[in-house]
Design a protein around this ligand. Structure first.
Ligand code: ADP
Ligand code: MG
Length: 600
């Protein structure tokens, strides 16, 4: 077999490479899907290694080395593979509360927490001398990891990682990595997904640690500290932490690089060259490799898409798409009651009330800065109101987080399009469909059906971030519809569309009301569109609802002409409402630009 014919001295590095592959594939379950770099998985590897040591070191040795251990632990003497699996279980239990806590955090706070975990576990291992021998070596672990054993666990780790990546939770987590606000808006429970990812990745890290222990045979806390953390992060950065293939490729490349550098660092004669020993060459080489990759390819060598996903276009499942019953008129209503929102000194929305019923289209218009988006965001839960109430079909929903509002049947789109840029168009819609009351295959079928309906089928496999403006808006609306909402809030859905696209959009929105019975709230500047589309129109001026009624009546209302249509007069240098209509515009523009920068 392959490893038997390898030249002497290659088996060790090969096993180390496989073990590091298990480790980075495990770390990727959390870091790759969530986008949060973890420094703490090395600590979980340490726990796995020490746990397996406790179960495998011969009782006599244990009694001599660690007399303080409870008798039951001293008596434990399992075969290595059983102990490795046992260590995974033990670390799973220990990591559960950690996963619950760290899973609540996002972004850099989560990273810092994982760093804390590394420091704490190292401190405990060094400090608990009676149980671990402290910073002294703990030896006597049976050497049991051969190439086939390590390879078998690599396969296991990859299967687990892939299963999680493709699961509902994995997809939701990847969506949140791309855009947290949008993931919440479609109802994804990102915290739970992150907690599950952390727990599973902790178990796989423990597996890697235990394998390492039974390869080397000796443990020290130092072996599981910053050097190893750095090496594993180098693998993830070089290969690309967002894919399993990237992590695996990184393990191969970095292992080869490290092995070459290690030999060079000792100095010696290589053909015509005689090199002096160079201290730290491995670290320097790894750092340069990281820099080179980051400079050329931010996401690593294999970012975002697994190779098989490139080769195989996404398939339609055999099941028919579920067709939710048409929502009945009069079956409830979405109410905003005297909603107010202050930002510091600015009153963005003041005592605004609205009612939206299934099967109707309510327009919300008003000049820039009038508070339209803020009002929509208060209803959707992403901006907590300063005062006032939101009721969904009679139940109070004030102050609920966006994902819980979404689960109650309210979906929204964003003024500045928020897609999951590196996920396919299909996956963008599938994340939302996944939340519905149907099977996974049915959710996928529903996503396909919506792509058909929104004229996106040809773009199904494309990363959503690469589409033109018009299709991006359609993806966002298809995604918002996927969970079968009762109410749909659209913030300037026609912005950036040309006349033909905007006409097509009009038909689509009409269809959502007519065929699905959804209640639509549509914010738009295009009065032509609003007047053609809406049953009722509410006008917001300086945060207050200043008029509401049928489109014709509203468009003739003098207050409305002053506050809103007055802008046209202001542009002419006529009209009384010059300041009212234009004052919001410059401020609004900065907000938009700021948001765009954050959210390309
Ligand atoms: P519209 O959507 O009608 O153009 P917005 O709801 O975006 O208006 O904004 C209403 C007012 O609230 C503006 O003055 C805007 O600058 C302010 N505003 C909106 N969001 C924020 C925020 N996150 N922080 C501070 N001020 C905000
Ligand atoms: Mg707005």
């Amino acid at each position: 077999m392959l490893w038997a014919v390898l030249p002497a001295g290659f088996e060790g590095p090969l096993i180390l490479m496989l073990v590091s592959m298990v480790a980075v594939v495990g770390i990727g379950i959390y870091s790759g899907n969530s986008g949060i770099v973890s420094f703490g998985h090395t600590a979980l590897m340490a726990l796995g290694a020490y746990a397996s040591a406790m179960m495998t070191i011969a009782p006599d040795d244990k009694a001599r080395l660690l007399p303080a251990l409870p008798d039951a632990v001293i008596a434990l003497h399992l075969p290595p593979v059983a102990a490795i699996l046992g260590a995974c279980a033990v670390v799973g239990v220990v990591a559960l509360p950690v996963a619950l806590l760290i899973g609540r955090l996002e972004g850099s706070s989560a990273s810092i927490a994982t760093l804390g975990l590394l420091l704490i576990v190292n401190g405990v291992l060094v400090g608990a001398r009676d149980y671990t021998r402290g910073s002294q070596a703990l030896f006597g672990l049976p050497i049991a990891v051969t190439v086939p054993v390590a390879a078998a666990f690599v396969v296991l780790a990859i299967l687990a990682a892939r299963a999680f990546r493709d699961s509902r939770m994995g997809l939701a987590l990847r969506a949140a990595r791309e855009n947290a606000a949008a993931a919440a808006a479609v109802g994804a429970d990102v915290v739970r997904a992150r907690q599950a990812a952390f727990l599973l990745s902790a178990v796989i890290a423990a597996l890697a640690g235990a394998l390492y222990g039974h390869f080397i045979g000796v443990l020290t806390p130092r072996a599981f500290y910053f050097d190893l953390t750095f090496a594993l992060l180098a693998i993830l950065i070089v290969g690309g932490m967002t894919t399993i293939a990237g992590a695996a490729l990184g393990a191969v490349l970095v292992s080869v690089l490290v092995e070459v550098l290690r030999r060079l660092a000792d100095g010696g004669t290589f053909g015509p060259l005689t090199l002096p020993p160079v201290y730290g060459l491995t670290t320097i080489g790894l750092s340069l490799a990281i820099l080179a990759v980051l400079y050329r390819r931010q996401g690593g060598l294999l970012p975002y898409v697994e190779p098989d996903e490139v080769l195989r276009p996404p398939a339609r499942p055999a099941v028919p798409p579920p067709a939710p019953a048409r929502i009945e008129a009069g079956s409830g209503e979405l109410r905003a009651e005297r909603l107010t929102r202050r930002f510091d000194g600015v009153i963005a929305v003041s005592e605004a009330s609205l009612v939206l019923r299934p099967g109707e289209i309510l327009g919300l218009i008003g000049p820039n800065g009038a508070g339209k988006s803020t009002l929509l965001s208060m209803i959707a839960g992403s901006v907590p109101p300063t005062s006032g109430r939101v009721r969904i079909d009679g139940a109070d929903a004030t102050g609920l987080p966006p994902h819980r509002i979404a689960r109650r049947g309210v979906q929204r789109t964003f003024q500045n399009i928020r897609l999951f840029g590196n996920l396919s168009v299909l996956d963008n819609v599938r994340v939302a469909a996944d939340g519905g009351p149907w099977s996974r295959a049915e959710a996928t079928a529903r996503a396909w059906a919506l792509l058909d309906r929104f004229d996106l089928t040809a773009l199904a496999a494309r990363p959503a971030g690469t589409l033109a403006y018009g299709p991006q808006r359609r993806v966002e609306i298809a995604r918002a519809v996927a969970r079968a909402p009762r109410y749909l809030l659209l913030d300037e859905p026609a912005a950036g569309m040309n006349a033909a696209e905007s006409d097509a959009l009009l038909d689509l929105l009409e269809g959502l009301r007519r065929d699905d019975g959804i209640g639509l709230l549509v914010i738009d500047h295009d009065l032509r569109l609003i007047l053609r589309l809406c049953d009722r129109v509410a006008v917001l001026g300086k945060g207050q609802v200043i008029a509401e009624g049928p489109p014709e009546a509203v468009s003739r209302d003098p207050l409305v002409i002053e506050a809103y249509l007055g802008r046209r007069h202001a542009g002419d240098g006529r009209g009384p409402a010059r300041s009212a209509a234009t004052s919001g515009a410059p401020g609004q523009k900065t907000t938009d630009q700021h948001e765009r920068r954050r959210d390309p």
